[in-house]
Design a protein around this ligand. Structure first.
Ligand SMILES: Nc1nc2c(c(=O)[nH]1)N[C@H]1C(S)=C(S)[C@@H](COP(=O)(O)OP(=O)(O)OC[C@H]3O[C@@H](n4cnc5c(=O)[nH]c(N)nc54)[C@H](O)[C@@H]3O)O[C@H]1N2
Ligand SMILES: Nc1nc2c(c(=O)[nH]1)N[C@H]1C(S)=C(S)[C@@H](COP(=O)(O)OP(=O)(O)OC[C@H]3O[C@@H](n4cnc5c(=O)[nH]c(N)nc54)[C@H](O)[C@@H]3O)O[C@H]1N2
Ligand SMILES: [Mo]
Length: 695
């Protein structure tokens, strides 16, 4: 048996160091590497099964060519040469006729390696094609809000949570999405530090916290402003820290906080006035609050404002200035590598950007030129992008030449003209940096790619050769490419230039013990001149949202999507055991809402609005407040009664960063009726049509 020290490449903040045990060339077990103090020698429930993911019987082993209608999943195997020849011939013809912007190609986040993600994107950049404004489905809203408040800079080291005196998980289900941080929180809690979870869902972390503040979806800005109202009114804030380190405090006190007394906040956020005050007292008494902020609160049309309001609180109690305190969203800004060396080797400085969450809309409506060719790697947008019915209609366009590179036959791959089998991260060499801690690591491939599968890196090189690109990066080994990342990187990384990292294991990057603000003023910007210049509210504020209308009636329920515990998006669906543990796709309804609709536990139910309908199993529970429908995870249609949750979500933008607004979705739930759309139809008939048929 051989053991390889590798790093987890899944899209997750923890960025684990792992040991892959290999017998006769086959990966037999994956476990945590004790050599990384943050990830601490254990892997999560999902990654513990990564040997099963690599060895899954549903892995793709050969390139495939489409035989049936788009979406139908009928393919026949072809050779790599035929696949690559077809691709380059089609692209060359499309570029000759419409120009390179008619091609949209990208690798998204499912392989976090700098080489495998970067080089494929570098290839499309060098070609001069349209590029994906990536991450709008994920973090561009919270990232923008953070940048407008704290600046483009990393937060505190999560390992300093051991020194904090109050821990708050605000919109973060740490046991699902950041379990290695959670174990550190639990240790601090055992020493007597209070842990608060602020979330519309009584998730596993809320159950294990000292206090669960069950806030209504989309009301976090109001709650944060109510807390600050009490802190300021009762003098429970660090006047000295505020005076020296913040901008706009007086304007906040004059123009915003008077509108958020706890009594009003109670009506908005569903948190009793006494609890708003109690929360303010806890923040007020704390000198070192470790605030872990998750993305969930930002996935609505006013999401950026929510994050800005929450991120101000550790400024009021001075926590940003002390070890053990501060606000943590992400840490990637600490790794200021020369990313462009790989991602933008040559090609135009500016190109046409296509917003990820509007992929369907863009494929259907873009002109000058229209998108004629699409290449997708490491992403399954036909399930994970909002308004998936629209996207599937777009992917069904006969005049769109689509290539999908994935280890599995995903819903998206079913719409491809050519499917290329992808290697998984354990089968590829790469260099990683975590986004939830401060470690980086070089990792070898632990095994050869399955069948004829190829890594993103190898595809990028092959395509570059065939498309005649001469950039030196396409000739370099992964190690040489990492060298390029360090050349021209920030001062912290200069000592790594020319160093062989392949046998070094995880390497820690030191963070300062206080928050550095990289805003234009160099301070915590409660007031943001940058936002003002964009016509946005320069001060944190809260505004109500109007429910959506369907057939003249207001839809009564609001969607809450949250991560699954045993799956992450659709990535682990190739592991039967994990799918079984996650259960058949379901939704959660409060007992009151279920009773009103005469629905019972385990019923098949239909969730619908004017964008679509989804069939799921019903779980009745008070883990959310009444008025909410919780749908954990984004699951493929296969295991569901029908469809997938993103058929209900719109492609509207959030207030900042043009981000996704999954939680600004209203819907109704009723008993499932066995009226199915035409078999093989790429798009489901939407809820509107169906409602009129049924009535
Ligand atoms: N309703 C709702 N929708 C959401 C969210 C939500 O909270 N609610 N969350 C959003 C977020 S945060 C994100 S980041 C997106 C994620 O959305 P996606 O990026 O679509 O995530 P996955 O479904 O995991 O798809 C990743 C694909 O990459 C493939 N893959 C894995 N490794 C490799 C590799 O090395 N190479 C290649 N070529 N392919 C590989 C996997 O098999 C899988 O098919 O979903 C978003 N969608
Ligand atoms: N197990 C697992 N781990 C994952 C993923 C996964 O799908 N499964 N996805 C990975 C990816 S790509 C990402 S980006 C990260 C994301 O991880 P996080 O940043 O933690 O964000 P989310 O997963 O969107 O949601 C976290 C919480 O936000 C809550 N929430 C939703 N709306 C609101 C609101 O209005 N107010 C408040 N206070 N809370 C709200 C949800 O109930 C949920 O508990 O996790 C990564 N890790
Ligand atoms: Mo994400």
């Amino acid at each position: 048996m051989n053991t390889f020290r590798v790093a987890c490449a899944h899209d997750c903040p923890d960025g684990c160091s792992l040991l892959a045990h290999v017998k006769e060339g086959r990966i037999v077990r994956v476990e945590g590497d004790p050599g990384n103090p943050f990830t601490d020698g254990f892997a999560c429930a999902k990654v513990n099964r990564d040997a099963d993911l690599v060895n899954s019987t549903s892995r793709l082993e050969r390139p495939l060519k489409r035989m049936g209608a788009k979406g139908s999943g009928q393919f026949t195997p072809i050779s790599w040469d035929e696949a690559l020849d077809t691709i380059t011939e089609r692209w060359t013809a499309i570029i000759a006729k419409h120009g390179p912007l008619a091609l949209l190609g990208y690798a998204y986040s499912a392989h976090q390696g700098q080489v495998n993600r970067g080089l494929l994107n570098g290839f499309f950049h060098a070609l001069g094609s349209s590029r994906l404004l990536a991450g709008t489905v994920c973090d561009t809203c919270c990232e923008t809000a953070w940048n407008m408040t704290v600046g483009p800079v990393a937060g505190p080291d999560p390992e300093t949570v051991a020194d904090s005196d109050l821990i708050v998980a605000w919109s973060a289900d740490l046991m699902a999405t950041n379990v290695h941080f959670w174990t550190k929180v639990e240790k601090a809690r055992k020493k007597g530090v209070k842990v608060i979870a602020i979330d519309p869902r009584r998730h596993k972390v809320a159950e294990r916290s000292d206090w669960h503040v069950q806030v209504r979806v989309g009301s976090d800005a109001a709650l944060a402003l109510g807390v600050m109202h009490c802190m300021v009114r009762d003098g429970m804030y660090d006047k000295d820290y505020v005076a020296k380190n913040t901008v706009g405090f007086d304007a906040l006190c004059r123009k915003v906080l008077p509108d958020f007394p706890p009594e009003r906040v109670a009506g908005i956020a569903g948190v009793p006035a006494g609890d708003v005050l109690r929360l303010a007292k806890m923040f007020g008494a704390s000198k070192k609050t470790f605030l872990r902020m998750g993305e969930g609160m930002t996935r609505n049309v006013h999401g950026g404002q929510a994050m800005r309001a929450v991120a101000v609180i550790p400024g009021l109690n001075g926590s940003y200035g002390r070890r053990g305190g501060g606000a943590f969203l992400y840490g990637m800004a600490a790794f200021d590598f020369n990313y462009d060396a790989i991602r933008k080797p040559s090609g135009p400085a500016q190109t046409r950007m296509i917003n990820h969450l509007r992929l369907g809309e863009e494929l259907l409506t873009r002109n000058d030129p229209p998108i004629k060719a699409l290449f997708i790697a490491a992403n399954n947008p036909a399930v994970t992008c909002p308004d998936t019915n629209k996207l599937r209609r777009a992917l069904a366009r006969e005049d769109l030449f689509t290539v999908v590179h994935d280890p599995f036959m995903t819903r998206t791959a079913r719409y491809a003209d050519i499917v290329l089998p992808a290697a998984l991260y354990l089968e590829s060499e790469d260099f990683y940096r975590s986004y939830g801690s401060y470690y980086m690591q070089y990792a070898p491939a632990a095994a050869k790619p399955r069948g004829e599968a190829r890594s993103n890196y190898s595809i990028a090189r092959e395509l570059a050769k065939r498309m005649g690109l001469k950039d030196a990066v396409f000739q370099k080994s992964p190690q040489e490419l990492v060298g390029e990342l360090f050349k021209g990187a920030g001062p912290l990384f200069q000592s790594f230039v020319g160093i062989d990292l392949s046998d070094k294991g995880p390497i820690r990057i030191e963070q300062p013990d206080h928050q550095v603000f990289k805003t234009p003023s160099g301070k915590l910007e409660i007031y943001s001149e940058t936002l003002a210049s964009q016509g946005l509210d320069p001060l944190p504020n809260w505004a109500p949202e109007e429910p959506e209308i369907h057939h003249g009636k207001q839809l009564p329920l609001r969607l809450l999507t949250a991560p699954g515990y045993f799956l992450a998006h659709t990535t682990f669906e190739g592991v039967d055991d994990l799918r079984r543990r996650e259960g058949q796709p379901f939704c959660v309804l409060h007992p009151r809402d279920a009773a009103q609709r005469m629905l019972k536990q385990g019923d098949k139910v239909r969730l619908f609005n004017s964008r679509g309908q989804v069939g799921l199993l019903l779980c009745i529970s008070d883990e959310t407040l009444a008025g909410v429908v919780l749908v954990p995870g984004q699951r493929d249609d296969t295991d569901a009664v029908s469809g997938t949750v993103n058929m209900l979500c719109s492609d509207r933008f959030s207030d900042m960063g043009e981000g996704a607004t999954y939680q600004s979705t209203w819907l109704e739930v009723e008993a499932w009726q066995e009226v199915q759309p035409a078999a093989g139809s790429p798009s489901l008939r939407d809820g509107a049509e169906l409602t009129s048929q049924l009535s």
